[in-house]
Design a protein. Sequence first.
Length: 105
Amino acid sequence: MMKPAQVVKALAALAQGTRLAIFRLLVSAGPEGMAAGQISKKLKVSPATLSFHFKTLSHAGLVESRQDGRFVYYAANFTVMNGMVDYLTENCCGGADCGIGDKAC
């Protein structure tokens, strides 16, 4: 289970439009992620601006990077994402079945 401070850091990182768009794009890309250049083109964001946002998302644990030759690939950290969702929904509906998904909520 994530600690409240970790959840706050992750939510703060996502509380900005460009970072939220980056994260959603990486979630849709799956575990393989995407090259920074592809992200830049898809979102029409300059590489320098992307670097700034990747730093914030990485610091919050939401994205991971890997070098492959001369390219840097970024991927969503699904463990952290799921931990954040679990934390937020832990006591949903007081444990009653809300009819949404496998969980009580």
